[in-house]
Design a protein around this ligand. Structure first.
Ligand code: PEP
Ligand code: MG
Length: 588
């Protein structure tokens, strides 16, 4: 039966495919497709894993029988019996075989998929004792996975599968149908693993529009919906689903009529993309001749080609923290960072690159395990971004040296996140001087950088004089500026309806920052999601903004809006919007 789940629209477009439900914590498991001829070898790997765990349990049982009745707890041997029974359950292995042979999933992916299928069967059981056996099942699967981790797969990771159109899908049930990932939550680091993704769409239960998970989803340019609350529990493995990333809706088990309708929308979107791609080399100039700079936000140096392809004239925000995440605390050293920044510069073929110093904390933990760190009840207000960097001066100077060294190879702007206090500004600038002195002492070459600050905290937007005294340029991080102005956790879907870029207070802070920079002849850009949202392009132009930084996927749509705009006329209108009680009504 067809039903829909409403969430928050994140990345545009429509994906139609079969659902892959991924339990949290399973994302580290490799996901790739195998060739049909490799299926036997993959099944053998799971079998070998299972047999190894069975042997391990037999050995444990033996050692228990050698113990005296006192030391050998009865519960333990009963538990081992249950584990053995689960391991030998035909449904486990036959299910895994199905995912490998019929769907060509690699062994680990097949095992976790079948685990999810069986877990749901346990959830539905009336008997409480049986329901609780789900935990045992997860334990045995975990042990098989651990064993398999130590045994290399003979299968190489094949490329991303072909994507089919919905028309094909109406008729087709073969192995290379698109897949839509449905998960409770995905950390930004998890999302990064999907850059070379086999998935055609994503949906998560939690997350807000500008949560970092959503931002990475947008950068993948794959239709996505977050905050779809119950999606991962009500959608079943292998269900047909449609992710409508424009409307923020997920449709489960669509009827043929709905499939056809969405297939049509999908084709329209493809045509529109083709049309927009012709604007790639067109300079972004308004009707009245105002030049506008459209820059790219990137997470990794490897994103540079997509930025160039979209016609970006530089990188306005390189979120360097993605180099630091998911490494179990093993932070990249100076050389590794230098090489990464240099690769980004080279990838941009001589165009300027704005490297933001590390911004971890809040919803961008270094590692998954710290994601729900209860010791820090409100991480968004805690030790994040520059606060963390200043508390780890060694780490920070290492990053600064790497950025300065990269600046010898091209135009680098160094951007500092989340400053609020004059003291933090002075401390940051003296650490930059210190890093330069360290390079001088070592005789290591480095280049000049422009230094800028992000305006992300209302306190910063209200202290522009101080900021402009110290910095060459400012970049407005509207994602955080909205979060901190309105006291709305950008990661929390339950207050997502109050996360309002159009709130008059937010618009005033943005407008004042742009105006003051323009008055002083200092560079100013917006690099939050607002810059890539075409609903705000005219307003920002009217407020005097001439530099926008966004995900490459959004650049051409924004460029189209710029080409149609008359900036001088928009000025008076923007002033009215600023004065309105309900500015959103004037943007519609
Ligand atoms: C912002 O806050 O608007 C911004 C661009 O930084 P991030 O989204 O990485 O916090
Ligand atoms: Mg920010």
């Amino acid at each position: 039966m067809t039903f829909s789940i409403h969430g928050i629209a994140v990345a545009r477009g429509i994906a139609i495919g079969r659902a892959v439900i991924m339990a949290s914590g399973r994302v580290d498991v490799a996901h790739y497709f195998i060739e049909p001829g490799q299926a036997e070898a993959e099944i053998a790997r799971v079998r070998a894993g299972r047999n190894a765990v069975v042997d391990e349990i037999h050995r444990l049982q033996q050692s228990i029988t050698q113990m005296g009745p006192k030391e050998a707890p009865h519960e333990l041997s009963a538990l081992l019996d249950v584990h053995l029974m689960l391991l030998q359950d035909e449904e486990l292995i036959s299910g895994v075989k199905h995912w490998i042979t019929d769907r060509l999933y690699n062994a680990e992916w097949a095992l976790t998929t079948q685990l999810d299928v069986l877990s749901r069967q346990f959830d539905d059981m009336e008997d409480e004792y049986l329901r609780e056996r789900k935990a045992d099942l997860e334990q045995v699967a975990e042990r098989i996975l651990r064993y398999m981790k130590g045994v290399q797969s003979p299968v190489s990771h094949p490329p991303v599968p072909k994507r089919k159109t919905s028309q094909d899908l109406l008729l087709d049930d073969s192995v290379d149908v698109p897949l839509v990932l449905v998960a409770h939550d995905l950390s930004p680091a998890d999302m990064l693993q999907f850059k070379q993704s086999v998935f055609a769409g994503f949906a998560t239960d939690v997350g807000g529009k500008t949560s970092h998970t959503a931002i990475v989803a947008r950068s993948l340019d794959i239709p996505s919906v977050v905050g779809a609350r119950s999606a991962s529990s009500v959608v079943r493995q292998d269900d047909w689903v449609i992710v409508d990333g424009d409307a923020g809706v997920m449709i489960v088990d669509p009827s043929p009529i709905i499939l056809a309708e969405y297939g049509f929308k999908q084709r329209q979107a493809e045509l529109e993309r083709g049309r927009l791609s012709r604007l790639r080399h067109t300079p972004a100039v308004t009707l009245d001749g105002q030049k506008v700079e459209l820059l790219a936000n990137i997470e990794l140096p490897e994103d540079a080609p997509a930025a160039l392809l979209a016609g970006a004239v530089g990188v306005g925000l390189f979120r360097s923290e993605f180099l630091f995440m998911g490494r179990n605390g093993d932070l990249p050293d100076e050389e590794e960072q230098y090489q990464a920044y240099r690769r980004a510069l080279e990838g941009m073929e001589g165009l300027p690159v704005t490297i933001r110093t590390v911004d971890v904390g809040a919803d961008k933990p270094l590692d998954k395990d710290t994601h729900h760190d209860e010791a820090h009840l409100n991480p968004a207000l805690g030790l994040r971004a520059i606060r963390w960097s200043l508390s780890e001066p060694e780490m920070f100077r290492t990053q600064l040296r790497a950025i300065l060294r990269a600046a010898a190879h091209g135009k680098v702007n160094l951007l500092v996140p989340m400053l609020a206090h004059a003291g933090e500004i002075r401390q940051t600038l003296s650490l930059i001087d210190f890093a330069r002195a360290e390079l001088d002492n070592r005789g290591t070459p480095y280049g000049p950088v422009s230094i800028g600050a992000m305006i992300e905290v209302p306190a910063a937007a209200l202290s522009l004089r101080t900021f402009l005294k110290y910095f060459d340029f400012l970049s407005i991080g509207t994602n955080d500026l909205i979060q901190y102005t309105l006291a709305i956790d950008r990661d929390d879907e339950s207050v997502a309806h109050l996360y309002d870029p159009c709130h008059p207070a937010v618009l005033k802070l943005v407008a004042d920052t742009i105006a003051e920079c323009n008055r002083q002849g200092k560079g100013v850009s917006v690099c939050g999601e607002m810059a890539g949202d075409v609903a705000f392009t005219r307003l920002l132009l009217g407020l005097g903004l001439r530099s926008f930084s966004m995900h490459p996927a959004q650049i051409l749509t924004v460029k189209q809006e710029v080409l149609r705009a008359d900036a001088s006329r928009l000025k008076a209108w923007a002033e009215q919007v600023l004065d309105a009680e309900d500015p959103a009504s004037m943007l519609a």
